[in-house]
Ligand binder design. Structure first.
Ligand SMILES: [Zn+2]
Ligand SMILES: [Zn+2]
Length: 144
């Protein structure tokens, strides 16, 4: 983990720091909620699935303006290993590495095409049902 910004503790409670990064809040969606490893009490308040560094704003916590960024950090997005259901043809399970954002949306019930729109359809099918693309085409012929 690497801290890229930390609000100076010498600033007054109502003072904005001109050097602070943009909060990039998205109140209509789910927040990222990643927590910095070595500093407790803060969670990333940027939208889930954002690119680049994590940022936490004061919100209702701490001594600072609610929408001011208190901390920004970068962390490796450690992938989550997802074990698929057994394939209905060969009965074998598979493992697929998902990003944290993909995994969270998927396990919270988001439709898989919304949870991981960048993956090809056969891969999404594998993740959701465990059906191997090759088993499918062996059974029903190659997809057009
Ligand atoms: Zn984040
Ligand atoms: Zn199979």
């Amino acid at each position: 983990m690497h801290i890229t910004y930390r609000r100076p503790s010498t600033l007054g409670v109502r003072r904005l720091d001109p050097k602070a990064p943009d909060a990039d809040l998205d109140l209509s969606q789910m927040e990222c909620e990643s927590a910095p490893e070595s500093i407790s009490g803060w969670q990333c308040t940027r939208p889930l699935g954002h690119e680049g560094e994590h940022r936490a704003v004061f919100g209702g916590l701490g001594d600072g303006p609610a929408k001011a960024v208190v901390l920004a950090w970068t962390a490796d997005d450690v992938p989550v290993t997802h074990v698929t259901p057994a394939c209905m043809f060969c009965q074998e399970t598979s493992t697929v590495e998902l990003t944290r954002a993909e995994y969270r949306l998927f396990t919270e019930g988001e439709p898989i095409q919304d949870a991981m729109p960048n993956r090809p359809a056969p891969e999404r099918e594998l993740i959701r049902t465990g059906i191997h693309p090759t088993c499918w085409s062996d059974a029903f012929g190659p997809a057009d």
